[in-house]
Structures are given as C-alpha cells and as structure tokens.
Design a binder for this molecule. Structure first.
Ligand code: ZN
Length: 436
C-alpha cells in the first residue's frame, strides 16, 4: 500500500484514539480548526461574520459546526454532516455496584451495539463532567487514560452451550468489573485527579465506557485497518480534513458539521433532528444581509456516515447488485422509504464531483426483505430542505467494539470531499442546476 495512504490511515487512528467519546471528538476537531485560524462564535451573542472569515460553533460540547465565509457575495452553501457518537455503555448516576466482594459499574446501553464484542478486553471510562464553583458551572472533558475495567465472560465450563448462540443480557452479563467492594469512591476520586480538581467540585457527569484498543493496519497488502469507533469518526475526520484543504468556489460558503446522538435517533438539542444547522445558516445569512430561503436551492448537503461492505463470510446478507466492497470507493446509499435522502438530483451531482476527483463510487441498497439502518441525512433534511446525498465508506462489523474498514477508501473520501468543498451547485430553476 502506498505510504501516503498508510500515513493518512495512521492519522485517522490517532484521531480516533484521542476521541474516546463525542466530547473528545469535538475537542480534537476544535484543535484542528484553531490551528487553521478559525474563530469560535458564541451562540449567546449576536453573530458578526466577515467575508473571508473562518468560524465555528459547538453545541453541548458534543456537536461542532465550522464554516468558511466567501469573500464574494454569497451564492450558495456546500455542507457536510457526520456524527461524533458511537454505541457504548453509559454509566448510570449512582454507578457503583457492590456484590460478591467486587465493585462493578452500573451501565445501560447507548445505541445498538454488538454486546459480545465488548467482553474480555481492556476498557476505560471517559466523558464530560460538570464542575461547580459556587454559582459557576463548567463542562470539562475527562478520560481515565489507562486500562481500567473489563466485562468478563462466563467460563465455558459454566455455559457449555455458549457457542450454540447466547443472548447476552445488558442488565446482568454486561456490567464491568472495576475493583473490589472496598474500592467505593475511587472512580470519582480518579476522575477528579485526571482533571486536577477537588472531588467535591464534580456536580454531575456524562460518562461512558470506551474500548482501549489502539487501531491498527492489517492485511497482506496493509489494505485494511481495524479500530473502535470507525463509525463514524472516519467520516468526521475525512470531511474535516477535506474542508480544511479545499479551495471553495467563488461565492460559496462551505460548512463542516458533526452532530452528536445519531446512534440514539438524533432527537436532542445537539442532534441532527434539531434546528441548530438551520439556525446557524439563518444567522450567517442575516449577518451578511442575505435571505436564507433564496440560498437554499443552491445549497447541497452531504450526509456522511459509514456503509455496510459485503461480508466475506456472509455475502448473502447484501443485495447482490448493491453490495459495496472495501476499498472500492465512496458509497452512495439509496432507500425507497427515504431513510437515506439520496435522489436522482443529488446522485447525479455528487457522482460528477467524484468523477472530477477520480474517485470511484459504489451504490448501496438493502436487500428488499431487510429493513437496514438509517442515518442523519433525511433527519437533517426535514429541517433544511436542500438537495442531499447520503454517502459513506464500506466497512465491516458496524457497531462492534472494533470495526474494520479500508485504507484506500479513506483517501478516496478525503479526495471526494475536497472536490465537494471546492465546488458549488447553482440552481437555475427547480429542474436545472449548474455545477461550478
Ligand atoms: Zn454511523
């Protein structure tokens, strides 16, 4: 595999490793934006954006939206939306469980994960805490950066039929072992220590487990990589890299967004099923003296979230004619019930952008007898009525603690999105668009 592709994959694995939760993913993306000269805007103050300016906002410190204002009069917007969250186990507020001489953590599922994939591997705890100082409350990301807890399987001698199919129960089988019963209070103390604060200043916390595995590159030709949280930090990373590299077209504003809570339906104040993207565009347009509704026909949204590759052991699970393969290029997703927002308009335009970037495309559709998944494209579309395409990269083992994807595909996605953020789509009517 070409060294440049491997270097890019290593950069992604470092980004994922530094992003154990959505809060950390936002911190990492913010750092890249600040390094590139972006300025944070406060949602609680009037917006004043200048032509040529580069800005970002965060919401709940778990969603982030960055944008570049063109120097010329605004004609339209090129927007990419991905998501920062991944399936995990959230700690309940009173998380200490003492029994049988052990200390376990009380958790519940966040999103639809493959339960068994979380067993027998080093895990730790991360998230954000709210610190209280008198009347002042501050959100801080926190991670205990060492192997800390484990969810042990039951030995085969106690369950001889485990290889004949076993339904793991999240309330009993999946609780992590943290220490011995006398260790009560230690986790809170270690969180405080990680933050360098007094334990009493922790007023509340959003904490979850994370898989400690560092991603790695594998395959006979180093063509695959495996890592936790590939869905969807691969798309968050790739879209941001492309957004920072691109040279936007005249009069086109580029927007790069990553939302929280996709894995639980997006219906939160910081999710894609909220007005935050629409409100952001409205405030920018107002600040520039433009009417947003007139810009919407010339605005295009890419919803980037990974897709299912055909499985080597179970090819029958894919629709034979719409079965993307790893390293086969960017996947365009289609669904008759509009769980994916792609239609002929958005497919035609996005395919041409990929062709310009010499990036191959593949098409995904579910087998007609399987419901499949959904993503944030159609949800965001109901708040922002613009042409939208749902895309992703082909990966295996989606929602396993450790997933697998392709080294070459990462580069394809960055190239395709760089071309996207360097283009513009101007509406001439409701049936004619001009790609610039
Ligand atoms: Zn996803």
């Amino acid at each position: 595999m070409h060294k440049g592709y491997l270097d890019e994959a290593e950069s992604l694995l470092s980004f994922i490793s530094a992003s154990p939760t959505q809060f950390h993913a936002v911190d990492c993306m913010e750092a890249l934006l600040l390094e590139d000269g972006f300025t944070e805007l406060s949602l609680s103050e009037p917006f004043s954006v200048s032509p040529g300016g580069k800005y970002y906002v965060t919401k709940n410190r778990s969603s982030i939206l960055a944008f570049r204002v063109p120097t010329e009069p605004l004609r339209g917007c090129m927007i990419c939306a991905a998501h920062t969250d991944s399936p995990t186990f959230r700690l309940k507020p009173d998380f200490e469980l003492k029994s049988s001489g052990y200390l376990r953590l009380s958790t519940e599922r966040y999103g639809g994960m493959i339960l068994s994939s979380w067993l027998d591997r080093p895990l730790s705890v991360a998230g954000r805490v709210m610190l209280r100082d008198g009347e002042q409350f501050t959100s801080r990301s926190v991670s205990i950066d060492r192997d800390l807890v484990i969810i042990p399987n039951v030995a085969i001698h106690f369950n001889r039929k485990i290889n004949e199919g076993y339904a793991y129960n999240p309330a009993t089988d999946m609780l992590p072992l943290a220490g011995m019963a006398e260790d009560g209070g230690m986790l809170r103390a270690q969180l405080a220590e990680a933050l360098g604060v007094d334990v009493d200043s922790i007023a509340a916390a959003d904490l979850s487990l994370y898989d400690r595995s560092r991603g790695s590159i594998l395959g006979l030709n180093r063509e695959f990589f495996t890592s936790p949280r590939i869905d969807n930090l691969e798309c968050s990373y790739a879209s941001l890299r492309a957004f920072l590299d691109a040279e936007p077209a005249d009069g086109i504003m580029t927007v790069c967004a990553s939302f929280d809570n996709e894995e639980v339906g997006s219906m939160t104040k910081q999710g894609a099923d909220s007005p935050i993207l629409f409100d952001l565009l409205l405030r920018i347009a107002d600040s520039l003296g433009r009417d947003l509704s007139e810009l919407l026909p010339s605005t295009f949204l890419v919803s980037a979230d990974n897709a299912h590759a055909i499985h080597p052991n179970h090819p029958e699970l894919s629709d034979a004619a719409h079965a993307p393969i790893i390293n086969g290029g960017v996947v365009i997703k289609h669904n008759a019930s509009q769980r994916y927002a792609t239609d002929a308009t958005s497919e035609a335009i996005f395919s041409e952008i990929c062709r310009r970037a010499s990036v191959p495309i593949q098409h995904f559709a579910n087998r007609s007898d399987m419901p499949g998944g959904s993503t944030l494209g159609s949800i965001a579309n109901s708040h922002l009525p613009v042409n939208t395409v749902d895309i992703g990269l082909a990966q295996l083992a989606m929602h396993s603690a450790c997933e697998t994807a392709g080294v070459l595909d990462l580069t394809y996605m960055i190239s395709a999105m760089r071309a996207f953020f360097s283009s513009g789509i101007l509406a001439k009517s409701d049936r004619e668009w001009h790609l610039i």
